[in-house]
Design a protein around this ligand. Structure first.
Ligand SMILES: Cc1cc2nc3c(=O)[nH]c(=O)nc-3n(C[C@H](O)[C@H](O)[C@H](O)COP(=O)(O)OP(=O)(O)OC[C@H]3O[C@@H](n4cnc5c(N)ncnc54)[C@H](O)[C@@H]3O)c2cc1C
Length: 620
């Protein structure tokens, strides 16, 4: 068994920053990651990092913009922490060598971004994430932090207790992708999940194939609530054939959106009469699809994003990467013609419920980055606010996991005596909770499903050993079958229904159809088998396990979307086209509840350090 103080699962921006912070506090920290760190999806981030760095700007203005962008569903303590700490964390990156773009006078450049009242997005060309990842990885290497690279984490080692609040996380189980060896990892102080987004739940997405919601799904099954899962961001400018992102930086630099008849529709059709193309992402995505649905789309599918007027020099200086993406993936030269764009799945605002220190309900388990919901983005994330979240909350979670006292968190996780329990009108029962795995997956990962150890609190090493045994049984079970259904077929079916029914425009009938399809896929997954019999580089096995995570994540997204009968931020419902503050100034939470998901709510915190954010009509 491997043993460390702190185990960080994931090596994107969030995981690397958490590991560095834990190491700086003196912890023996290791990173376990299914991809080499610099292949993490953070590397795809293009546009930049929001930080109030300049005279005339302030963290308070950043916080106001973020709360407004969240459509008043973000929690003020989290938003204010993000905006207060982002400048220092950004300057820290600069000191670690991040090659930010600069003005002639030597200051780091900042550009306008959607929903911001000040040009506060700091960037490194249109490759900000790439440079961020390399800068942080260099610090990890410099410090000699151990990286278990290409190890796939498939189970958390959590104690068994009927009450999730009494469970403890003592480690993880992972397999070495190269050899197939399955091993237990004990964490003496804490496990930090930093596994990124679940974009593969959809088929038109800016997210990589590695973004399969592993962290949220494992935490969910271990008893940690999922928060605000219904809020999925659809980015307005993705390339139609692949979903590859065209950064908001293009519009930030002055790029213009046109419909098929050459109208600058954001202004001409009144979608955002003040901010036009730089309205918040949810507003622009809905505007584009309305244009297409009303017959003004190009080829009935997309709109045009034009940056030619910016001139070659400026484009090459600030957006060169965009020219390559449009050329390589769509065959379009952005210097001489407009680029085709349409909305695509981009980001999950919801995720693993945490407080400002990254702690979850289960003791010893932390979550940070896109897999977590602290909640800074509420119902709609502003562009440029995810990267600061990684570094601000990554640093906090790493420090706290290492044992540093950060003070008591204001945001509370879990239920109280007054918790409001919700109900969802579902068309079908949850169905096969074991979903093709052995019985263990109905209980907390690492728990003892047979109840043999009930009432006895096992030693931490024993918890990891049990989780290891359970995982070996699951893998053997998946490998022993030699016929049935393959995960690729199920994945395509799941992605198709999610893209059709849980997209920008949502209807009750569509959401119910999605839930039926998801539960059918869950039933079929019982018959799943792994075709590749080898144990080395068995991507079939890995993707089959990821498929299980996609099912649980997709179900949580759809259940949340069905429950929330209002229009807020990125969540639009045909039957309820109004924001309903009297009913819905609250977060949606889902507990796994041994496979029969339970819905409950907790209020949004609008009280900040020295002001209360009053919900207003959101216009741009
Ligand atoms: C194309 C694109 C452009 C973007 N541009 C911007 C931008 O300009 N500004 C901004 O603020 N935000 C941007 N975002 C959002 C932002 O980049 C992401 O939200 C953020 O990078 C996610 O970082 P992360 O560390 O949480 O996860 P990731 O970077 O996705 O890293 C996840 C890590 O977890 C590991 N992992 C996952 N599952 C397992 C497992 N089971 N076992 C072991 N390891 C596992 C992976 O190997 C990886 O190392 C963009 C997003 C996309 C998709």
């Amino acid at each position: 068994m491997h043993e460390h103080d702190v185990l960080v699962v994931g090596a994107g921006g969030a995981g690397l920053r958490a590991a560095i912070a834990a190491h700086e506090e003196g912890a023996d920290v290791a990173i376990v990651t299914k991809l080499h760190p610099v292949r993490s999806h953070t590397g795809a981030a293009e546009g930049g990092i929001n930080a109030a760095l300049r005279d005339g700007d302030s963290w308070q203005d950043h916080a106001y913009d973020t709360m407004k962008g969240s459509d008043y569903l973000g929690d003020a303590p989290a938003i204010e922490t993000l905006c207060q700490d982002s400048p220092e964390e950004t300057i820290q990156l600069e000191h670690w060598g991040m090659p930010f773009s600069r003005e002639d006078d030597g200051r780091v450049s900042q550009r306008p971004f959607g929903g911001l009242s000040f040009p506060r997005t700091t960037y490194a060309g249109a490759e900000t994430g790439h440079h961020l990842l390399h800068t942080l990885y260099q610090q990890v290497v410099k410090r000699g932090i151990q990286v278990y690279d290409e190890w796939y984490v498939s189970r958390l080692a959590v104690t068994e207790d009927p009450d999730p609040e009494k469970r403890e996380c003592h480690g993880i189980v992972a397999f070495d992708v190269q050899t197939g060896e399955v091993a237990g990892f004990r964490a003496r102080k804490g496990v930090v999940l930093a596994t990124g987004g679940p974009g593969q739940v959809f088929d038109h997405t800016t997210n990589a194939v590695s973004c399969t919601g592993d962290g949220p799904a494992m935490a969910y099954r271990a008893g940690v609530p999922m928060e605000d899962m219904e809020f999925i961001q659809f980015h307005p400018t993705t390339l139609p054939s692949t979903g590859v992102l065209i950064s908001e930086g293009v519009r930030g630099e002055g790029g213009i959106l046109y419909n098929d008849i050459g109208e600058r529709f954001m202004f001409e059709h009144g979608y955002a009469s003040n901010d036009g193309e730089l309205a918040s992402r949810d507003v622009v995505a809905r505007a584009e699809l309305t244009e297409v649905n009303e017959g003004r789309g190009v080829d009935d599918e997309y709109v045009h994003l034009d940056m030619r007027h910016l001139g070659e020099e400026r484009i090459i200086d600030r957006l060169e990467n965009i020219l390559h993406l449009a050329g390589d993936f769509e065959g379009v030269d952005g210097l001489v013609e407009p680029m085709p764009v349409k909305p695509g799945q981009h980001y999950a605002m919801g995720g693993i419920e945490t407080d400002e220190n990254g702690e979850t309900l289960v003791s010893g388990l932390y979550a940070v980055g896109e897999c977590a919901c602290v909640s800074v983005h509420g119902s709609n994330r502003l562009g440029g606010n995810a990267l600061p979240e990684l570094i601000v909350f990554g640093a906090r979670a790493g420090r706290h996991a290492a044992g540093t006292d950060l003070g008591e968190a204001i945001i509370e996780t879990g239920r109280t005596e007054d918790t409001e329990i919700g109900e969802v009108d579902t068309p079908v029962a949850p169905g096969a909770i074991h979903a093709g795995d052995t019985d263990e997956d109905a209980v907390a990962d690492g728990g003892d499903p047979r109840g043999e150890g009930a009432g006895v609190i096992p030693e931490p090493n024993e918890v990891v050993e049990r989780a290891l045994e359970a995982e070996n049984r699951r893998i053997d079970h998946l490998m022993e079958k030699d016929e049935g259904v393959q995960q690729a077929e199920l994945r395509a079916k799941l992605q198709k229904t999610m893209t059709q029914n849980v997209n920008v425009f949502r209807t009750e009938a569509g959401l119910k159809q999605a839930l039926r399809d998801i539960r059918e896929v869950r039933e079929q997954y019982q018959d799943v088998y792994v075709d590749d019999p080898s144990r080395t580089f068995n991507t079939d096995l890995q993707q089959t396990i990821e498929m299980r995570n996609l099912i649980d994540t997709a179900e949580a997204i759809t259940l949340g979307a069905l429950a929330r009968d209002e229009f807020r931020g990125a969540h639009w419902r045909q039957e309820y086209q109004e924001r309903r503050d009297e009913k819905w100034l609250k977060h949606t939470l889902l507990s796994w509840n041994d496979g029969t998901p339970e819905l409950w709510y907790k209020p949004v915190i609008l009280e900040g350090e020295d002001k209360t954010y009053e919900p207003k009509v959101r216009s741009y």
